[in-house]
Ligand binder design. Sequence first.
Ligand code: FEO
Ligand code: CA
Ligand code: CA
Length: 749
Amino acid sequence: MTQKAIRSAGAIDPDDIGHNESANPSFESILHARLSRRNLLKGGAGLAATSFIGAGLAACGSSGDSGASPAVAPVATPTLSFSAVAKSVADALAVPAGYTATTLFRLGDPIDAGAGAFANDGSDAAASFEHRAGDHHDGIHYFGLDAGGTARDDSNSSRGLLCMNHENITQVFLHTAAQVGAYNIAARAAAEVDKEINVHGVSVVEVQKNGAAYAINTASAYNRRITAATIMEISGPARGDDLMVTKYSPAGTQTRGTLNNCAHGYTPWGTYLTCEENWAGYFKRPTATDNPSRTAKEVSALARYGVTSANGNYGWANSTTTGDLYDRWNATVMGASASADYRNVSNTFGWTVEVDPYDPVAAPRKRTALGRFGHEGAWLAKATAGKPIVAYMGDDARMEYIYKFVSSANWDPADADRGLTAGGKYLDSGTLYVAKFNADGTGQWLKLDIAQAAIAGYASYAFADQADVLINVRLAADAVGATKMDRPEWGAINPVNGEVYMTLTNNSNRGLTGSSGAPLDPANPRFYSDTKGAATSRGNVNGHIIRWKETGGDPAAGAFSWDVYLFGAQASVDAGGDNTDYQANVNLSGLGADNDFSSPDGLWFSQKTPGLLWIETDDGAYTDTTNCMLLAAMPGQVGDGASKAVVNLTVPANANANQSVTTFAGKQPGIAGLRRFLVGPKGSEITGIVETPDGRAIFVNIQHPGENTSAADIATPANFESHWPDGGTARPRSSTIVVTRNDGGLIGV
Ligand code: FEO
Ligand code: CA
Ligand code: CA
């Protein structure tokens, strides 16, 4: 569809002076002048790169594949067409008969000539990861390139850029057995810290189809690693705010790194959104020593976001080599002012970060207008000319909220290829809302603005201004009375009717009394028990998927109607086989052996096959029976089911006394509407998914196989929980796989 010239490179790009991004252009100017990798595509050196790539494509052409996507007949009423994959606990990846899964991009795979082969024994150097795939592959998107690789082409399935997140690390597999044995979080070797920092972030890699096979083009000038050390611009209303001031950026306009990049989003102007989820725990801030140096306001904000770790998750502030690179992970008050230490550094994380995959040297932008929280992802409603850009977002923690951003600017299709400049126009100014789900099946979007009386007069936290509201938006959402949800994960918008789906993965505190619990409500209606071995879990153990329809079909509407599309459950649960405290109304969606699942997380609608929804799991409850999985679904619409009274447990003693609630359950899907497509290897979760524009290949991320391997077992490879994908006694590796149908057809239908 779109075929436009790649956005121009070079030190001066008048188009790239973004809305509300005027200060501090010097960093990017320097980088553009120094690196200007994109000029390679246009200058003499570029000819060499292009002809190398062209040779590969010529080979495709000779086998009858010109690189253009063959025409695919529209699917009028698609139906799922594959045989369900059985549940499995094998250390293997399973797809349906007639399909092939191939490993494409594993932890440590080189993205350019700057790194050699991956040793995968913990000896690979920290700096090499600036040229290798990171760990814990998560959200992913495909950005098409034209056949020559010099322009964006959204329709090309044979050549494109994969942008993907590297959310976290499986620490034991990144270091040698001796290093793991000597691990001390209070005294970390700098080389180990540097490696862990570089393994986080984002990869941009070019993928090409050669015959029927996809491969990474390691010669591509677009290939790029963004890490937890990459310089980023703070953009939008919180740019330059006092709360963003650090020793590194006394002006509060920049920060280094992006962290715990979970899910994602993508824009109609050709950029990737990478979202910072569980970032709070990376910072060292022992409360007993630091709280006395803080104002009461600061203490409550830091507590609300969980910046309360004694050492930080990995002790990055505790490097035995001292210096600014490690001090920046220490969020305690150390100096005389905010510009003399990193007391505010955690305020520069928790954002939606925009990356231009077509501009390999542009600094990512932290878009503060979208609010700061545990961002799972940011999913944009279909853009309509003359209407605002709308993004849906979840804050993935127990009892957190669902948000919606509505841009101030109305969409102008002329901005479709303006990259970060368009990002500045649409994502730096707008209104943020939070969702309230009512008991009658309606809901409201509550405005998060300092002008709202509930926010301006909030007794628990005196907001200074709108930047403070955005930086501490969880507190603002508390103030307006948003609905506490069962851990909002991915969202997805049905291209057929604009309805929005969001996974609520599980919640062990739902239905409990006390400050960390919350009563059941119609949108979060289950509290039951589940056994796994000798252990019993209670709460919403298996999660559900909520969906809503905006009033009038307008994404910017202030109200909506909702129901629960699907409830996770093990199929046998209502037969009394697996609840300690028997309860017959857990499997509300009527799941069976071919489609039962637990803990939905990733969610994505095909853009090619109308109505085809992919559901991925990140589970720890049903893993005695099956590893995590990918399911294909053909959902109906909001209101296609019925209201349902749910009788919940009132045990144990800290459960609420009255747990009965009436919800709205979507039509039960049956095997025609929901079917297991893939089961992952041991210890993995299934994370990102995206298709090629022709719908004939899907890229799926397999995250942290073998993550339950203990430090004690690292010296005994046979004891690793998983050896996938390399087999033998290899260390397991998070990987992107590509799945195709052996007959070349559409995936899933
Ligand atoms: Fe990173 Fe909420 O999953
Ligand atoms: Ca169970
Ligand atoms: Ca997730």
